[in-house]
Write a protein that binds this ligand. Structure first.
Ligand code: GLP
Length: 245
């Protein structure tokens, strides 16, 4: 695991975008695993900026997202499909037919099969990750055991609380989600994880300090990946007492 401390979150996002651009420029047909959430927004701003400057094209790129809320239609403002359209797909030259986010409003069992089939057929050259306040990765929530394949998960109360900030009311946060399994996430050749903000301190500690892996902190399993880069800003590094070695 490579840990990079940046001046601020904007710099983390710029560096993550540069890695994605390198992946795409060295393989214009690359498959990218994408993430949603506040942490990832600026990565897509940076990619859009680079696209406008003709430094990258997404014309032949394929993308698969990490997760989606069950029950939200793709045009719901808090669906992850809506997020991807808004922050990336509508701003660059990607072919929407080459993108996949599970549809929250279709038959869940059938959609789950479609999701896993996509994942099996399109190994990811790269995966972007955020991290949950409770250490979840995608929607792999802390539990006594973790799943390797895509599945439908009951979203934990702590994640419902954390994600309520995006909804009008806590009760509006969906109770279930589609998520890639830990094995799906791990199968990506290269992973970049971004974290910022005091509320992520415990999760980031579990990831970058010590050498314990623990299903109650799903992020800790990322320690085992052979090509993981973690970007945290100086403020978060100071908070958890991490110094660059
Ligand atoms: C959400 C998503 C994750 C995301 C994480 C962090 O619940 N399931 O894929 O990485 O939590 O989100 P944010 O960046 O908004 O804090």
């Amino acid at each position: 695991m490579k840990i990079v401390i940046t001046k601020d979150h904007k710099e983390s996002c710029r560096k993550a975008a540069d890695i994605i651009i390198d992946v795409v420029n060295s393989n214009p047909n690359a498959t990218l695993g994408l993430a949603t959430g506040g942490t990832a927004e600026q990565v897509y701003d940076e990619l859009t900026e680079s696209f406008k400057q003709k430094k990258v094209s997404f014309k032949n790129v394929k993308t698969i997202n990490l997760d989606e809320y069950v029950g939200l239609s793709p045009d719901h403002e808090q669906s992850y499909q809506y997020f991807m359209n808004k922050f990336l797909f509508s701003r660059v030259d990607i072919d929407k037919n080459n993108t996949f986010v599970p549809a929250g409003n279709k038959n869940p069992e059938e959609e789950l099969i479609a999701f896993q089939t996509m994942l099996n057929q399109h190994p990811r050259d790269f995966q972007l990750l955020g991290i949950g306040v409770n250490g979840h990765i995608a929607f792999n929530e802390p539990a006594g055991e973790l799943r390797t394949k895509a599945h439908i998960v009951d979203i934990s109360q702590s994640t419902i609380t954390a994600n309520a900030r995006y909804f009008d009311k806590r009760e509006d946060v969906p109770k279930q989600a589609f998520t890639q399994g830990m094995g799906d996430v791990f199968s990506a050749k290269k992973i970049v994880l971004l974290a910022s903000g005091a509320e992520k301190a415990d999760a980031v500690k579990a990831l970058i300090l010590g050498d314990i892996v623990n299903t109650w902190k799903p992020c800790s399993f990322l320690k085992l990946h052979s090509d993981l880069t973690v970007f945290i800003d100086q403020e978060l590094a100071d908070l958890i007492g991490y110094e660059q070695v």
